[in-house]
Design a protein. Structure first.
Length: 402
């Protein structure tokens, strides 16, 4: 595969210089990797321009010279309702929507509000580092349901899940899963919901990657399968990953359970986090109302990038294996054979190999929990030309004399 994907849009191949814009992905390279010249394929934002509808809406808002405190208008709520119904077939009520400053702050507020020190919090590792750190942030017991890595993708260790859920107060689900790229099927979600209901466990669901699912897979909102199961659930979502607007710090919770919704609202009020971001509100409304076509084009590009990188790696004798993810722009690289091949004795040596020998900045798998040892996470949300250069450098580093 060397040609642009079908239905290709030129904006997705345009190289945009992000240096000196105070962005984490580029301007934190020296601090993170010890050198500022690595190709950054780490933090989970993309190198694609946000859709024109968002940029035009923001420009119009910027044109008004006062940026004071902002309310959440009805258009904010209706945009979320319409988007969830159109994209995922999920009918959300207006009263269920709670605006948030971000998913990670909300998760921390919820763990603080819903648990006592010593309570068990179950997560499925390897998992997004802020989720993995939640129990430790609040003096809770970290319960890890380690996913089983198979040649066809990660699967749930059900006996372990059943044992751990009985010890938990809260279960934090990542759906679709970051970093392994699984799109959980309805029967898997239903089984998790049944077990949580049996043990009176509250579920917090991070669905921020829900819009970035590849054909033929389909995201199923967790709350849509557990309505009749007497299960307490809070769904957290945002347009941040979907439309590459993470810096606008605008998210939302979907909470049909009145008591849980009150607890979240009170926690936000106590933390002083009820004011809206004037640009984030504008961006969400524009993205959800007008961004569907852009998203469809993006998914074609990401699926092409995914297939190009996965095929390249799996067809070469790198000592790296990667399962084709079902969602998102993140690849979970199994580098354990590479470690043996290049005599890399531990995870720090593996990370150093990617930085110093290949000139690439990736996320070390160990930061996602102990089951991530020997893995690296690679971000494919960038022009194909960048990925080709990165793979060439990786190839040269692996085949160089030790």
């Amino acid at each position: 595969m060397t040609n642009p994907p079908p239905n290709h849009h030129a904006d997705f191949e345009h190289l945009i210089d992000r240096e000196h814009t105070d962005c984490v992905k580029y301007d934190a390279r020296a601090a993170r990797f010890g050198r500022a010249d690595v190709i950054p394929l780490w933090v989970a934002d993309m190198d694609f321009a946000a859709p024109n509808c968002v940029r035009h809406a923001l420009a119009a808002r910027v044109a008004h010279p006062i940026y004071g405190y902002s309310i959440y208008p009805e258009a904010f709520f209706s945009a979320i309702i319409d988007w969830q119904l159109a994209r995922h077939g999920w009918q959300v009520s207006r009263e269920a929507i709670v605006p948030l400053p971000g998913i990670v702050p909300a998760l921390n507020l919820l763990i603080r509000a819903l648990t006592q020190p010593g309570d068990g919090v179950l997560v499925q590792t390897p998992v997004y580092p802020p989720i993995h750190q939640l129990p430790l942030n609040h003096a809770c017991v970290l319960l890890e349901n380690a996913l089983i890595q198979t040649p066809k993708g990660a699967v749930i260790d059900w006996p372990d899940f059943e044992e751990k859920i009985a010890q938990a107060r809260v279960f934090v689900l990542c759906s679709p899963h970051n970093p392994v790229g699984r799109v959980w099927q309805r029967d898997e979600l239903s089984r998790m919901a049944d077990l949580c209901a049996r043990h009176n466990v509250i579920i917090l669901v991070d669905e921020v990657h829900a819009d970035l699912v590849f054909t033929p897979h389909r995201h199923t909102p967790f709350a849509s399968v557990m309505a009749a199961k007497n299960t307490r659930c809070i769904t957290l979502n945002a347009p941040s990953k979907t439309f590459n607007i993470a810096g606008l710090n605008t998210a939302y919770a979907l909470v049909e359970h009145p008591a849980l919704r009150d607890q979240l609202t009170h926690a936000l009020q106590a933390a002083g986090l009820t004011s809206g971001h004037c640009f984030g509100i504008t961006a969400l409304i524009a993205a959800y109302q007008q961004g569907a076509l852009w998203l469809d084009q993006l998914r074609v590009v990401l699926q092409y990038n995914r297939d190009f990188v996965v095929d390249y790696i799996n067809q070469n004798d790198f000592g790296i294996r990667v399962v084709r993810p079902e969602a998102s722009f993140l690849l979970w690289l199994d580098c354990r054979a590479l470690m043996a091949k290049k005599n890399l004795p531990h995870d720090d040596a593996l990370a150093d190999f990617f930085i110093q020998q290949a000139g690439l900045g990736l996320n070390p798998g160990l930061s996602f929990g102990a089951p991530g040892t020997g893995f690296m996470r690679l971000n494919i949300g960038c022009p194909l030309s960048v990925l080709k250069t990165a793979l060439t450098q990786l190839n040269q580093a692996i085949n160089a004399d030790s």
